[in-house]
Write a protein that binds this ligand. Structure first.
Ligand code: SAH
Length: 391
């Protein structure tokens, strides 16, 4: 196996369990084929583990685990890793049809994401090394989950560009129905794996949708960035008085309306608009809501976008607060890894203080346990979610 060597003084982070090695941390970036398996050595020549190599990416090596743990990357490796990932979900997500089966680095499968939708799987390969091994991964998934009827590759992530991989979507195995219905905590949800964003649904917010719904009984609820109606539908199902979901995507709202119908939910409407403009208009017209939900897309896709992302979050949360009377609820989240929790909290506090509103925190959440976080890799934590009540 080829070896690459770290520069002196660059082993501490890797030794502590971080799985990425950046190209500027290597003594040399040898011209090996992208996707090669390499052994990483410290400057002194000790092995720190093996990983997948891409000389064209800033993340030059993605380690596959602790040293000694892996020596080859064949079917057995994937079957073993996937079985472990599945076992955790079978315990944690008992009774759930939809969950994240593989969460990349946090399942020691760097660059691989697999979401389960009943008998169907949607996967993403975010590194050349994983991408090249797709046939083996598909075979291993079929062995570990023999009941699976179809696997689709939803490789539409911008992260693939960093690895010089194309955007593509293909059915890799079996058949994927254009539409099918699964349950999320008692709600019927239409899944369209062959269209739509992400791998299908925003599974990372599902427990938060349930919790928020429970709080919404009897309230007038404004769900901003509703997508397929997620939070709005749970609120309506739990007896919210009136629910309005806003999104800029007409096709997402079509599914949201279909979901409302599937569950025979009255009192829920959807409206196509830019959330920022819509909220400004609501404030200008003196509208009030008992609960405002903010679940925007990641505003900071990289570190250099943090300042503008913070401005976006500040404005959104300020506008939402202006619509809430005392006793009202602000349900707010950020999925930008680069905007850290303390920063996000600080900006909400700043906006609230400026408006003379006092907030109490009822709930503070992050990703659900099927999207685990490696303590040694802060990059694996991205979701912040809060429920505040205006006093
Ligand atoms: N709350 C949803 C997930 C939201 S995903 C759930 O629980 O399932 C983010 C959504 O924001 C996408 O549907 C996208 O179309 C929408 N969006 C992005 N920018 C927007 C904007 N400026 N105004 C309105 N919607 C926007």
């Amino acid at each position: 196996m080829h070896e690459v060597r770290l520069r002196a003084g660059h082993e501490a982070r890797v030794r502590s369990g971080h799985l990425w090695i950046f190209s500027n941390e290597l003594q040399q970036v040898p011209p090996l084929p992208p996707g090669s398996l390499v052994r990483v050595l410290t400057a002194a020549g000790d092995s720190v583990g093996i990983g997948l190599y891409n000389p064209h990416s800033l993340i030059c090596v993605r380690l596959l685990g602790i040293d000694g743990d892996v020596t080859t990357l064949g079917l057995d490796f994937f079957v073993e890793r996937l079985s472990r990932a599945l076992q955790l979900r079978q315990q944690l997500c008992r009774g759930e049809a939809m969950y994240r089966l593989v969460h990349g680095e946090a399942d020691l499968l760097p660059g691989l994401v697999v979401d389960r939708y009943g008998e169907y799987l949607a996967l993403q390969t975010l590194s050349v090394g994983m991408d090249q091994r797709l046939p083996t991964i598909v075979e291993a998934l079929r062995m570990v989950l023999p009941e699976v009827q179809g696997i689709v590759e939803k490789n539409l992530s911008r992260l693939r560009e960093l690895e010089q991989l194309p955007q593509q979507q293909r059915v890799l195995y079996g058949h994927i129905p254009e539409r099918f219905v699964l349950e999320e905590f008692g709600l019927r949800i239409e899944i369209r794996l062959l269209e739509g964003q992400k791998t299908g649904a925003y599974l990372d917010q599902r427990y938060h949708r349930l919790l928020t719904g429970r709080l919404a009984t009897g309230l007038r609820v404004l769900d901003c960035f509703t997508y397929h109606g997620g939070f709005a539908l749970h609120a309506a199902a739990q007896g919210a008085g009136e629910v309005l979901g806003i999104d800029s995507s007409g096709s997402a709202l079509e599914v949201a309306r279909r979901n409302a119908e599937l569950n025979a939910l009255q009192h829920v409407r959807f409206h196509e608009a830019d959330v920022f403009s819509f909220l400004r208009e609501q404030v200008a017209s003196g509208a009030q809501w008992d609960m405002v939900i903010l679940d925007p897309p990641a505003f900071a896709k990289s570190r250099r976008h943090v300042p503008s992302a913070k401005q976006g979050y500040s404005e959104l949360n300020r506008l939402a607060l202006l619509l809430l009377p005392p006793g009202g609820f602000l349900v707010t989240s950020s999925c930008s890894h680069h905007v850290f929790e303390a920063v996000f909290l600080e900006l909400i506090f700043t906006e609230a203080a400026r408006l003379g509103r006092r907030l109490r925190m009822l709930y503070r959440g992050t990703q659900p346990p099927d999207h685990p976080i490696l303590l040694s890799m802060p990059e694996t934590q991205y979701l912040k979610f809060f429920i505040f009540q205006v006093l």
